[in-house]
Ligand binder design. Sequence first.
Ligand SMILES: NS(=O)(=O)c1c(F)cccc1F
Ligand SMILES: [Zn+2]
Length: 262
Amino acid sequence: ACSSRVGLSQMHPMWQEPLEVPGGERQSPIDISLRKSVFDPNLKPLVTQYDPRTCQQIWNNGYSFLVEYDDTTDKSTLRGGPLEDQFRLCQFHFHWGENNSWGSEHTVDRHLYPAELHLVHWNADKYALFEEAVVAENGLAVIGVFLKVGKTHEGLQKLVDTLPAVRHKDSVVEFTKFDPSCLLPESTNEYWTYAGSLTTPPLTEAVTWIIMKQPIEVSHDQLAVFRSLLFTSAEEEVQKSMVNNFRVQQPLKGRTVRSSFT
Ligand SMILES: NS(=O)(=O)c1c(F)cccc1F
Ligand SMILES: [Zn+2]
């Protein structure tokens, strides 16, 4: 699975120099300013082809819960949009707040959503492993989807029902036959895209971000189950609720956010 080693401490020997690590010029997340984003007519529709049979497990890594996919073949892929290459889905996860007033990492004209979904893909045309791509130029493509409180999301409920099994840090549970395209909004033609970074360590500046304009709706109770997870492992005396697992917004530093729509 691609994300169990995501908190890379040592850099893998690379034929290509690893990128400058953070403090850099292209950190994430950011605020997306509607009036500053630039319509790019050359942006293509996104093409996602996800095979639910590649879904493997859910893992509480002590910061979020990751739904991990088998990324050893080209069965679940992303291409099109701003991308030149084909990317493989390796995991998806969420960021959320302690209440419905905040929780997303990106904002739109400073509007905060209660949560944000990240579908993490790596460039399988250029790299052999996620671990190589995560420290490389043009290594990752992450689709961000905002969550807002509304009607129950039927597709999400299967995931929500398994979360109690991964309540503690380092717990894992088998999770199969889940098609993550059910978590994408109806319209995937409307998105913003910009050059950024991972929002968790190693914070490397390897990510082409693709943020969907249309949020998905989930129920208040579904979000409450996210907040029942814990940052802490079963052994620790003091249990801490897994909430507010988002990074603070980073300076744009002259970057342009492009939009696929006017
Ligand atoms: N939050 S994020 O989407 O930037 C992210 C992670 F949290 C972890 C690994 C890769 C990655 F891309
Ligand atoms: Zn994330």
